[in-house]
Design a protein around this ligand. Structure first.
Ligand code: AMP
Ligand code: MG
Length: 395
């Protein structure tokens, strides 16, 4: 059997970071910057008021209260500004440019709020409530480095330096397809022998959580020809494909039957539990990676965490490898088959203990849904005593 590490290594050696594109601001959330972004101008671009108040000269406030004539009113966006002479005040709003001559802003709360003249009750030091040009960013400063994932705040600074497009690796587009003649869409009634289809929902959601675009392509019955046909229609718009089901040892394994003859997808036993049967390879002229995951819901989910998620990181141009481990203490004894790495579903407590959930079968979706961790038991270990230290992957 192939080791988990060898399987992941093969996957990471095959998938490539997606080529950078010029992406519009509207499309760039979740993408990975492929250039340094700098600002063409200082930010703020001009001295402006940090508060609603009055722009005055600090020297005119030796003693308060003092009443000054209000000679102008400037709002944010004002372009025609009258200079503030000695003994004058200009009513000013947050974000409005500071008029020449003024060196301080008195917040409206320290005044009577007058519009013809204003009584100032409290002294403001020079520089008060003024946002200086360039105090956030100097012209030419790099504000985001290549390799940064664009999240909301990063999107904000890209827009804030006036860029409409940036060079970035897009979110991978991942098509998720289930196989199985027994599968029925949730919301439809079940006939004998049928179950509701769940993997495509889980896997598409997991793709999205991993920072990629998941497209749920529904399910196909166990017909290799139909599967090939469906894959063909999706290949044109996919950076990766995930299938579930149809890869194990039985009859009617459509994924294996359809893809094995192509010679570009290998089906192997990986020394793990759950998730032993795994298919991986590439399809089509563009060598689109395909992850042919086992059908049992827990198996396909664990396989996603171990193999697909790191591959998506790599496609996004991010560091990729085994999920991070944390150490925990086993709350009870654990069992694991010899020669296979187990990923037992568990609940991690704040005190650092991890309790295996009841129901460790690879079909036990409800047990998976209450777990928040995978307890990793190494290949050579078959029993773990209560209280022993274990490695855990947080879900
Ligand atoms: P397979 O790998 O196709 O033999 O499927 C293994 C088990 O997983 C069978 O019990 C299937 O019914 C179940 N299964 C496969 N695909 C799905 C799916 N998309 N949703 C829920 N269960 C599934
Ligand atoms: Mg099946």
């Amino acid at each position: 059997m192939k080791s988990v590490d060898a399987h992941l290594a093969e996957i990471l050696a095959t998938v490539r970071p997606l080529a950078p594109l010029e992406l519009d601001l509207e499309q760039v959330l979740g993408a990975t910057l492929a250039e340094d972004v700098s600002s063409p101008v200082p930010l703020p671009p001009f001295d402006n008021s940090a508060m609603d108040g009055y722009a005055v000269r600090a020297d005119d406030l030796p003693e308060v209260p003092v009443t000054l004539p209000v000679i102008d009113d400037v709002a944010a966006g004002s372009t025609e500004l009258r200079a503030v002479g000695p003994g004058h005040a200009v009513r000013i709003m947050t974000g409005a440019p500071l008029p020449a001559g003024a060196d301080t802003v008195v917040p409206v709360e320290w005044t009577d709020g007058g519009t013809v003249s204003v009584r100032i009750d409290r002294r403001a030091e020079a520089g008060n409530a003024i946002r200086r040009a360039g105090e956030d960013v100097q012209a030419g400063d790099v504000v985001l480095k290549a390799g940064t994932v664009i999240r909301p705040a990063q999107l904000g600074i890209i827009a804030g330096v006036g860029r409409r497009r940036v060079k970035a690796r897009p979110r991978p587009r991942v098509v998720v397809l289930s196989t199985g003649a027994e599968l029925v869409e949730p919301g439809s009634p079940l006939a004998t022998g049928q179950i509701w289809e769940s993997n495509s929902y889980t896997l598409t959601a997991a793709v999205r959580e991993a920072g990629a675009d998941g497209y749920r392509a529904g399910s196909v019955a166990d017909d290799p020809a139909e599967l090939l046909d469906r894959l063909d229609t999706h290949l044109v718009r996919a950076d990766a494909i995930i299938t579930s089901g149809g890869v194990s040892m039985g009859a009617y394994e459509p994924v294996k039957e359809a893809l094995s003859p192509l010679g570009t997808v290998r089906f192997e036993k990986v020394a793990m539990q759950p998730g032993m049967p795994q298919g991986f390879g590439v399809l089509g002229d563009d060598q689109v990676p395909i992850f042919a995951l086992p059908g049992n819901p827990v198996s396909s989910f664990v396989s996603f965490v171990l193999f697909v998620r790191p591959a998506l990181d790599r496609m996004r141009g991010l560091p990729s490898g085994m999920p991070e481990f944390v150490t925990a203490r086993a709350a009870g004894p654990l069992r694991s088959p010899s020669g296979r790495r187990s990923f037992l579903r568990g609940v991690l407590a704040p005190d650092g203990t991890v309790t295996p959930v009841h129901g460790q079968g690879s079909h036990q979706l409800a047990a998976l849904a209450v777990a928040d961790a995978l307890i990793v038991v190494p290949e050579e270990v078959t029993e773990v005593a209560a209280g022993a230290t274990v490695e855990v992957i947080k879900l």
